[in-house]
Design a protein around this ligand. Structure first.
Ligand SMILES: [Zn+2]
Length: 373
């Protein structure tokens, strides 16, 4: 098919993206796919920007940057730019017909292993208002740090790499063989060697298994060694509060944790979300951009959180993973949280300042940390 973008409803302009993110026109000029050399001008629509601890940085795969330098667009806290085919074999089974939706047709290279295609996708995301993305993969999902580095260099898009452990079926043997403290030390070492900017996505099943509990404890301890923020994978929101319990029991401050996939809960009043936010943790709505059918019920949950005073705890992202969704294949692309979901929030009456908090300020507050001396 020619005109690959023709199936998209419309292509977003940078100006539209900046308007909907509550960013001023001047900040717009900075969103050119590379972080600006100087701090962007003051925002026009957001009341007060966040403050960061002295010496706080966001650790991207290429460099440590002051958080303000990524404030010219949305920072998406849970996406995937690097997975391998073995991950999909284990997740879906090698014969699953849904494979093609995620990895593309058998005769084309897998987009998460094609740096040229991925760089073009991230350049498009920059034009649509994305300032940085966090990759949620790690060794047991087949994430390649070298690939992320190459893609970031080619596209100019800042990428935060992360690491840790996914769910029990993906756990490597070392998790059983080593003590929590040994695993924590190893995670801290890998984080330093590979420039991780977070631990994530740290996974649990619908009921947390013993091996998952061990992984959560080890990651919590690794956080105490490194100060790196932590984001999690829940089974559509199940065991969310228990995840936070595990980290808190170790002395991890809730404000350094984002509990993930909470948009998957059937909870119109957002009771679980509000309890997690009230404890001070971030609440992740991170599978957004699937359109009104998939996302419609998430809007009132976010509104309930805002009404309860928790706008500063909400994080938005898409958990991008499907070949079908890249722009090259006619999909919405990596900015779909902004281009497809944020307009639904605006339509429902969520203000520009609130959008700005959820898409710019909150992810930067989540990601910014002071490296230990
Ligand atoms: Zn994910």
């Amino acid at each position: 098919m020619t005109g690959r973008r023709s199936s998209r409803a419309r292509v977003w302009s940078r100006r539209e993206a900046m308007r909907i993110l509550g960013l001023g026109g001047a900040g717009l000029a900075a969103a050119c796919g590379r972080p600006p050399e100087t701090a962007p001008p003051t925002r026009s629509a957001a009341p007060v920007g966040p403050s960061f601890p002295e010496g706080a940085i966001v650790r991207t795969i290429l460099e440590d940057v002051p958080p303000d330098r990524l404030a010219h667009g949305a920072v998406l806290f849970h996406e995937h730019m690097s997975l391998d085919l073995a991950f999909w074999d284990r997740l879906l089974g090698a014969e699953n017909p849904a494979r093609e939706r995620f990895i593309g047709p058998p005769d084309s290279p897998y987009f998460m292993q094609d740096a040229e295609v991925m760089a073009a996708e991230l350049e498009a995301a920059a034009r649509e208002g994305v300032a940085a993305l966090v990759d949620g993969g790690h060794d047991d999902m087949g994430r390649s740090v070298a690939f992320l580095r190459e893609v970031s260099e080619r596209s100019g898009m800042p990428i935060v790499a992360s690491g840790g452990y996914y769910t029990d079926p993906f756990h490597p043997p070392e998790l059983a063989d080593r003590s929590e403290d040994e695993i924590a030390e190893a995670l801290a070492g890998a984080a330093a060697a590979e420039r991780w900017g977070a631990f994530g996505e740290i996974g649990s099943s619908a009921e947390i298994t013993p091996s998952e509990r061990k992984a959560f404890n080890a990651v919590g301890k690794a956080h105490l060694l490194t100060n790196l923020p932590i984001f999690t994978h829940t089974a559509n929101g199940q065991a969310a509060e228990e995840q936070l319990d595990l980290f808190e029991a170790l002395g991890v401050a809730p404000g350094r944790v984002a509990i993930g996939h909470l948009g998957g809960l059937d909870d119109p009043e957002a009771a679980v979300h509000r309890r997690i936010a009230a404890r001070g943790a971030f609440v992740g709505f991170d599978r957004l951009g699937g359109g009104p059918d998939a996302d419609g019920r998430k809007v009132p949950m976010i509104q309930a959180l805002i009404a309860d005073g928790h706008v500063d705890r909400v994080l938005l992202a898409s958990d991008f993973a499907a070949a079908r969704d890249i722009q090259r294949n006619g999909g919405p692309g990596y900015a779909k949280t902004i281009t497809r979901f944020v307009p639904m929030l605006r339509e429902a009456g969520v203000t520009g300042g609130e959008i700005h908090a959820m898409t710019v300020d909150n992810p930067l507050r989540f990601l910014a940390f002071v490296p230990p001396a």
